[in-house]
Every structure is written in structure tokens, then in C-alpha cells.
Ligand binder design. Structure first.
Ligand code: DSN
Length: 391
């Protein structure tokens, strides 16, 4: 590079990434092909509109790129183009969820989702997010004893509150979500069911986690977490007489976004192809196996693992344990000093504040990409335990 300052910083970051154990549940390590597409000259092109209907000239090639991304996204999740529509233009997860609500929920309507401190997301109706300001939020929490979703309690709340849309999905919930039950709840109160599968999309593609598609009206995923693609998002809506496809496309452009990032769309298409290969199924299964072993070993060493384990790539660990351990921020700092990167996280019903919570969140996507197996997780748990206990 001619820009030596940026070149130096890129190298510095590459070195940092190589030298640490990455347990950030929402991160992964992309292939060189994904990087090549991201850094390609596709970034030079303006392409407002959709394939065959662009505002600018010269879009013959990027039309093919976007159509390929659309076809691969549908194929990856085994969806018929007659039944599902996908928009591959959203720039990331939060604006994608915002676009979906804008398209399908009248402003002032109600969005029901999991509370952030229980493992939801800002865009699932957190009062500080625009999704909790422009729409009325209805938030549900986990069962305090079992630390898992209480479907009966959610149904009761949904029938009382009658939300326009229910969001099923999480950023810090380790268990399988029963999408069929969420469908029944949505039907019981006349709501739409939107699934945010950003965290587990790669596991769905790799058949290591249940698919939400048989039950949802709409599905959003980022492409950079378990799916191992670029920093991006895509939105699926059911294709039927409700015309969600038309409403969504109009909301994306001209409603909210300008020109799509065709280099990123190409990189997402690369990731969709990679995720459709048999090796990716092995990868997804290994991600879950590794997370299960890490959770079990940490539990054996005396740590409180929320919900007693995991069914996914994600572990929520209570490091504070009512004063018997260390707060999440200190735990995260101690681990980072020793070369293990995690993020502090609230735990369900956390007595501590969000910026100094009781726990940490762990995930096995990145380290499984690096080839780590169950035996590595056993060693990692012992190492983490020693660091956290200051042994
Ligand atoms: N920040 C992401 C995560 O870490 O889960 C969600 O937006």
C-alpha cells in the first residue's frame, strides 16, 4: 500500500488477531475469497435500485452479482423463490431490522421481543433504540429459575398486549428457540413472526440448529457471525398476497438506503456458496460440539453457566456468582491480558449494571474455523479457570 500508516495498522490488527484466542460469539474468520470480493473493484459501482431496474448506467455486471447472491441465499436455506423473497442489500443487522419494521409495522404499533438484558438485541425494542421509540416496545424476560424462555409467560403477555410483530432471536441466549411455539403465540395474538437469526444462521445452514423458515413471516440475518461472511445483512420475507416483498423492497430503496455495497454483496455470495458445502456442515456441528464441551468443563470447574449449558455456539457464563467470583468486566480484562478475547455481558435478572455486569459471553465460531476441537476446549476451560481465579 502507498498509505503506510493504514498499511501498518492493518498489519498490526492481523498480528493481534493471530495472537489471541477469539471467543467473541459474534465474530468469525472469513476466507481469502470473501476478502478478495470485499476488496474488489465492485466497490466503485453505484447501483441504486434492483437488478434490471437501476438508476445508474453500467450495471450489467453487478446485476449478475446481485442475482447470484439472491439465488445462493435462497438455495442455502432451502427456500423456493415462489415462496420466499430475499433482499440482499441491507448494510448490517440493526438497519436491516429497522427496515423490516418500517416495511411491515405501522409507526406507533407494538414490537415484542426479548429484553436486551435477557439476551435479546437493541433492535428488538430496547427503549434506547429507535425500535423502542418509534414503535411501542413489549419486552419479555427469561424464566428466573430455569434461565430459559418461558413460552407460556410470553403467550400470556402477547395475548394481553397484542403486538403487531413478535421478534424471536437473540444475541446472548445459548439454547434452541422453539420457533413452532413462537408461531403459535403469534397466531394467538394476531402478530407477525420475525426471526433474527444473525447469531445462528451458519448453524441453520450447516444443519446444526433448527430452521425458523417453516414458521416465520420474515427472517433477518447478518452474514458475518456463524455464517462466516462479510459484515452485512440480508432480509427474507414470505411471498404471498400480503405483498411483503414489494413493501420491503420499497422500504430499502427509496425508503431508507441509497446505493447497495455490491462488493459486500459479492462477498456474501461467496460465503453462501462456502456455507453450502459439506465441509461447512462438519464445521457447524463442530462449533456446537466445542461450545458444549467448553460449557461443561467450565461448569465442572465450578462456574455458573446460564441455563446449565448450550445448544449453539454461545455460552453465557456468570463469573460474579453473587460475589463468589469476579464481575464480568474484570473477568473480560483478565482474560484479555492473558490473550483470550471475550465480551462482558449481563446475565438474566442481573443485579449489576450493564457496563459492569455479572457475566461474560463466549462463542466458538472463530476458534472452530481455526480447527480447534473438543480436546482444545477442555484445555481452554482449565486455562480460563486459572486466569479467572488468579492461580
Ligand atoms: N453486536 C452483536 C453481537 O455481538 O451479538 C449484535 O449486534
Amino acid at each position: 500500500m502507498k498509505d503506510k500508516q493504514i498499511e501498518k495498522l492493518i498489519k498490526e490488527e492481523e498480528k493481534r488477531q493471530k495472537s489471541v484466542v477469539n471467543l467473541i460469539a459474534s465474530e468469525n474468520i472469513v476466507s481469502d475469497d470473501v476478502l478478495k470480493a470485499l476488496g474488489s473493484k465492485l466497490t466503485n459501482k453505484y447501483a441504486e435500485g434492483y437488478p434490471g431496474r437501476r438508476y445508474y448506467g453500467g450495471n450489467q455486471v453487478v446485476d449478475k452479482v446481485e442475482n447470484l447472491a439472491i439465488a445462493r441465499a435462497l438455495k442455502l436455506f432451502k427456500l423456493k423463490p415462489t415462496e420466499w423473497h430475499v433482499n440482499v442489500q441491507p448494510l448490517s443487522g440493526s438497519p436491516a431490522n429497522f427496515a423490516l419494521y418500517t416495511a411491515l409495522v405501522p409507526v406507533g404499533g407494538k414490537i415484542m421481543g426479548m429484553k436486551l438484558s435477557s439476551g435479546g438485541h437493541l433492535t428488538h425494542g430496547y427503549p434506547g433504540s429507535m425500535t423502542g421509540k418509534l414503535w411501542k416496545p413489549v419486552q419479555f424476560e427469561l424464566d428466573k429459575n430455569t434461565e430459559v424462555i418461558d413460552y407460556d409467560a410470553i403467550k400470556k403477555l402477547a395475548v394481553e398486549e397484542k403486538p403487531n410483530i413478535i421478534v424471536a432471536g437473540f444475541t446472548a441466549y445459548p439454547r434452541v428457540v422453539d420457533f413452532k411455539k413462537f408461531r403459535e403465540i403469534a397466531d394467538a395474538c394476531g402478530a407477525l413472526l420475525h426471526v433474527d437469526m444473525s447469531h445462528f444462521a451458519g448453524l441453520v445452514a450447516g444443519l446444526a440448529y433448527p430452521s425458523p423458515f417453516p414458521y416465520a413471516d420474515s427472517v433477518m440475518t447478518t452474514t458475518h457471525k456463524s455464517l462466516r461472511g462479510p459484515r452485512h445483512a440480508i432480509l427474507f420475507v414470505k411471498k404471498d398476497e400480503r405483498e411483503f416483498d414489494k413493501k420491503l423492497d420499497k422500504t430499502i430503496i427509496p425508503g431508507l438506503f441509497g446505493g447497495p455495497h455490491e462488493n459486500t454483496i459479492a462477498a456474501a455470495a461467496v460465503a453462501f456458496l462456502e456455507a453450502s458445502k459439506p465441509e461447512f456442515k462438519k464445521y457447524a456441528k463442530q462449533v456446537v460440539k466445542n461450545a458444549r464441551v467448553l460449557a461443561k468443563e467450565l461448569q465442572k470447574l465450578g462456574w455458573h453457566i446460564i441455563s446449565g449449558g448450550t445448544d449453539s455456539h454461545l455460552i453465557l457464563m456468570d463469573t460474579w456468582m453473587d460475589g463468589k467470583g469476579v464481575p464480568g468486566k474484570i473477568a473480560s480484562d483478565k482474560l484479555e491480558k492473558a490473550g483470550i478475547i471475550v465480551n462482558m455481558n449481563t446475565i438474566p435478572g442481573d443485579p449489576r449494571p450493564p457496563m459492569d455486569p455479572s457475566g461474560i459471553r463466549l462463542g466458538t465460531c472463530a476458534e472452530t474455523t481455526r480447527g480447534k476441537k473438543e480436546s482444545d476446549m477442555v484445555k481452554l476451560a482449565v486455562r480460563m479457570d486459572k486466569i479467572l481465579r488468579g492461580k
